[in-house]
Design a binder for this molecule. Structure first.
Ligand code: URA
Length: 192
């Protein structure tokens, strides 16, 4: 069943006007998220970078291109995944979003998840995994592991920016992607 479109649009409007933290005063555009509202899979990054701030779309820079390539390996893409971030406005200089900025913003993501009702949430990188899976999540040790919370399956993979910086992590990520494909086959009904 597709999400409540009106509620989703109201949330997007609220996010575009949000002034809940200091990031709002330095943003060009807030980056709410993209993808079908009936997606069974959500991908959650950390926060917008420079290209995303300018365009209002998540993962459009170099990391986004790699993310698209990673998804295509397992026959996924922007047409069947919803892509969002923990914080919707760009942290200056691409620093990590601070805890109070995450706290101010997380309600938007929680509401997106409630409306979309995905079967699988894939955290991209440590910040997302620590916020959505558990707060001491160690991405180097725990990437590719699965936990179920309230009927939703969660996993984390290395952030595409980390894979651009350190290509030696790519074989592990390839294995994680294959494990995601297995889980999609098991719990998703409309994706493949
Ligand atoms: N990195 C993220 O975590 N999110 C984006 O949207 C782009 C880069």
């Amino acid at each position: 069943m597709s999400a409540d479109v009106k509620a989703f649009e109201a949330l997007r409007d609220r996010c575009a006007r949000c002034r809940a933290c200091g990031l709002s005063s330095v943003r060009t555009k807030s980056v709410f998220g993209v993808g079908p509202l009936d997606a069974e899979i959500m991908l959650v990054g950390e926060g917008p970078g420079q290209q995303e701030d300018l365009t209002g779309e998540p993962f459009v820079g170099a990391a986004g291109k790699l993310l698209d390539d990673m998804l295509s390996i397992i026959d996924l893409g922007r047409d069947n995944c919803y892509i969002a971030n923990i914080v919707k406005c760009r942290p200056p200089g691409n620093r990590d979003p601070m805890p109070q900025e995450q706290d101010a913003c997380i309600g938007y993501l929680t509401e997106q998840i409630r409306l979309i009702q995905p079967k699988i949430i894939i955290c991209l990188g440590r910040i997302s995994a620590q916020r959505l899976i558990h707060e001491s999540f160690r991405i180097t040790r725990e990437h590719g592991t699965w936990t179920e919370q309230n009927g939703v399956w969660y996993t984390a993979i290395y952030h595409p920016s980390a894979l651009l910086r350190d290509p030696s992590k790519r074989p592990e990520t390839f294995r994680d992607l294959l494990s995601i494909r297995e889980r999609v086959r098991e719990v998703c009904e409309r994706t493949y």
